[in-house]
Structures are given as C-alpha cells and as structure tokens.
Design a protein around this ligand. Structure first.
Ligand SMILES: Cc1cc2nc3c(=O)[nH]c(=O)nc-3n(C[C@H](O)[C@H](O)[C@H](O)COP(=O)(O)OP(=O)(O)OC[C@H]3O[C@@H](n4cnc5c(N)ncnc54)[C@H](O)[C@@H]3O)c2cc1C
Length: 386
C-alpha cells in the first residue's frame, strides 16, 4: 500500500527494515512497563539515522530535512513511535544555527556518533503554559557561571538525555522593551548537575512518553553554556519551529498510513453476516475518506519541505502541515478503532496504543488552537487574539 512516488526511497526501505526488528509486541511491552525503548533508539543511532541532519564535518550525514521527515514517517508507519528520540533532530538546528564554534566542536561529534544524547528541550512551565514569554525560570550571571532557578514541566526524555536545550529568563520582564526580549537559550550538560541542583521527576501519561518535571535549585552551569547572544533566546527557539512542525507532521502522516493500512486489511479479512465488513460502504467510505484526507495533508507537507529546502521560511506551510497532518492522523485513528470494533480496544492489535499516541499531536508540541491563531494573525492579518 502507499507505493506512490516518494523521496528517499532507499532510506525509507532501510528504516522500514530496521523497524521490522521492533514489532508490536516490543512496543506493547514498552508501553505496559512505561519503559524507554532503549534497544530501538540504540539501533537507530547505530544506523546513523539520528545524526541525519548533523553536518558531515561533525560526523553526521548532512542530509536535508526531507530525509529526516522520511525517517520519522517510516518509524510511525511501521507501528513504532519516534517520540523517544525525535527531539534530537529538531533541537539540533538551534545549536547549528546559533551555537558557537566551540559548542559545535565540543558536542556535535558525540551527538553524531551516539555517545552524547541531546533529547531534552525545556521550554514549557506549569504556570506559563503556551504563553512562553511568561516563563519564570531565571538564569542569573555570576562570574563565569549562570545560576538557574525555577521549574519546567513536560520536559520529555530528560532521564534519557545528556544534554538539554533550556529556555530561561536572563533579564526581568519589567526591564524588557518587548516581552520576547530577555530570554536566553542554554545548552545544559545535565550529567554535571543531575541529582544535585537538578531534580527530575517522571510524569506518568496516557501513553509511553518519558515525560518529566524538572526543578532547578541554584543550578550552576558554565557561562559558555549560553547559546548565541544573551536575551535573544526566544528568537532562536522560534527559528527552529518550522523544522519541528515539519518533522512532527511527517510522524503524523506515518501514523495515518499505519491506521489506514490496518483498517483496510482488517476490513477485507473480518467476516460478519457471511461477508467481509469492508464490503459495506458504511465501513469502506470512512477509510477512503481518511485516505483522501491523508493524501491532501501530505501534499501540504511536501510543499513545506520543498520551501524549507530552498532556504525559505515557510511559517504558513509548516504550520498548516502540522495542523492538517495531525488532523489526518487523528481522523484515521478514529476510523481504525471503529473498523476494528471491539478488537480496536484490545492491546494485542496495537490500535488502542497508536490511538493514544496519535492524540498527543492535537496538543503538543503546539496545540491546534495556537496554529489557528498563527494562521489568523500572520496569514489572514486578523487582529492578534492574545
Ligand atoms: C506528552 C507531552 C510531551 C511534551 N513534551 C514537551 C517537551 O519536551 N518540552 C516542552 O517544553 N514542552 C513539552 N510539552 C508541552 C506542550 O508543548 C504543551 O503541553 C502545549 O504546548 C500546550 O501547553 P499547555 O499544556 O501549557 O496548555 P495551556 O497553555 O494551559 O493551554 C490549555 C488549552 O487552552 C488552549 N489555549 C491557551 N491559550 C489560548 C489562546 N490564546 N487561544 C486559544 N486557545 C488557547 C490551548 O490550545 C490548550 O488546548 C509536552 C506536552 C505533553 C503532553
């Protein structure tokens, strides 16, 4: 199924083959135990896929974002989940674009070879939520160090990462001309502070996501952890958003394909009233509808990727891709459960697990409402709503 034209066919086939070693039973076990899929992430790392976007000079594959998208899509299309490791692909851009030569030389080769993990991205806080500029974590300069105090929530994979990209306020809000000023990005080596001034506590969620809360208690980090210039962190984080939207949208397309294929095969095999349920238009039309929705969303994603790779800043297309692809995967998830009937709820079919996993993308890494706000304000020029 889905054998229409594709970019990066060889990568897709190789990733798909790698994923065959991690079947539904593997993901069911990780899910039941809320365990990190260590073996899967190791296999991906060993094959070089997690360093796809790292430049060759630092030991990576120097591949374009379309290759990253193909890798993540195939993982999800095979029934797996890339959330255990996808952040490395999109946080990398911030370090590449704004990090110093020293930071790149120090960290990127290790990240590329897999001895160092950059999987944690600390932006969201319990009180500020979507209103990022209202965050309260503070980094105060003290000689050759910064002293960090505050709290983050939903920092995924912090327990399975060596490094974290952290957004903190370095100038009090009341001293800033704009609320987007005075925020800074730090590349924190968590190995130095974990269990001391950095406390990490897991959050158990409806799906297996290794998410955590972080508490910074006079956490001292070297001053050269600062990425780029002090006070410009919000802009740096924003500059990585298009890549993040594109890569997450690719995962959603992978999920949608998985649900549609599962539903189609099951509808052809399951016999009720002496004939396959898929003979009923009430069963086949919703699946066909989900397929058409997925194909349309995928075209928008391909357009976002095309523009991104020509060096443009496709804010509209990247946001639309995230919106449409997340909607397509959620619609396909719903139809898949419906097609499976009662068996859609049984763990052994993986449908209920994928259903829980697909729901996340309506909320994170950015919620549907905030994308609609972006489109309303920046594309349609409607008044800013918040
Ligand atoms: C499993 C998981 C993993 C995550 N991983 C990370 C991570 O690694 N790093 C990280 O920094 N964050 C992470 N997040 C956080 C995620 O980015 C946020 O949950 C998301 O951006 C929504 O923010 P919030 O939860 O604070 O919701 P809130 O900001 O409290 O919003 C709640 C609801 O209100 C809506 N809303 C709020 N303001 C408006 C408005 N002005 N107009 C219309 N609607 C509005 C939102 O759309 C949302 O539906 C993760 C979240 C989850 C659940």
């Amino acid at each position: 199924m889905f054998n229409y034209n594709h970019s990066h066919t060889e990568i897709r086939e190789a990733v798909s083959k790698l994923c065959e070693g991690f079947d539904g039973k593997y993901w069911q076990r990780c899910d039941a135990e809320r365990a990190y899929p260590t073996e899967f992430v190791k296999a991906l790392t060993d094959a070089g896929y997690l360093s796809a976007l790292v430049p060759e000079e630092f030991g990576g594959l120097s591949l374009p974002i379309s290759a990253g998208a193909a890798i993540l899509e195939e993982i999800h299309r095979s029934g797996g989940n890339a959330a255990a490791c996808h952040a490395q692909m999109y946080t990398m851009g911030t370090v590449l674009r704004h990090g110093s030569d020293v930071q790149k030389a120090k960290f990127l080769p290790g990240i590329a070879e897999g001895s160092l993990r950059l999987q944690a991205f600390g932006v969201t806080e319990p009180t500020s939520g979507t209103d990022t500029t209202a965050l309260r974590t503070v980094a105060r300069r003290d000689g050759n160090e910064y002293v960090v105090n505050g709290q983050k929530v939903w920092t995924s994979r912090a327990e399975h990462s060596d490094l974290m990209l952290l957004l903190a306020r370095t100038t009090p809000l009341e001293e800033c001309v704009k609320k987007t000023d005075g925020l800074s990005v730090f590349l924190v080596d968590m190995r130095d502070v974990r269990g001391k001034s950095l406390t990490i506590t897991p959050i158990r969620t409806m799906m297996n996501h290794s998410s955590t809360q972080l508490f910074f208690d006079d956490m001292r980090i070297p001053a050269d952890s600062l990425v780029g210039e002090e006070g410009k962190g919000f802009r740096y984080i924003l500059s990585g958003m298009n890549a993040e939207r594109i890569l997450i949208a690719a995962e959603c397309i992978g999920d949608a394909k998985w649900f549609i294929e599962k539903a189609s095969v099951y509808a052809g095999e399951r016999s009720v009233f002496g004939r396959p349920i898929g003979k009923n238009q009430g069963v086949q039309f919703p699946i066909a509808n989900a397929y058409s929705q997925m194909r349309a969303a995928e075209l928008m994603l391909q357009e976002a990727i095309r523009l991104f790779e020509t060096g443009e800043n496709p804010g509209e297309e990247a946001n639309l891709s995230k919106l449409l692809c997340a909607d397509a995967s959620w619609a396909a998830a719903e139809i898949c459960v419906q097609t499976f009937g009662g068996f859609g709820f049984a763990e052994e079919y993986d449908v209920e697990r994928k259903f829980r996993e697909a729901r996340l993308y309506q909320v994170a890494p950015i919620s549907t409402n905030l994308i609609l706000s972006y489109i309303a304000e920046h594309v349609l020029k409607l008044p800013r709503s918040y």
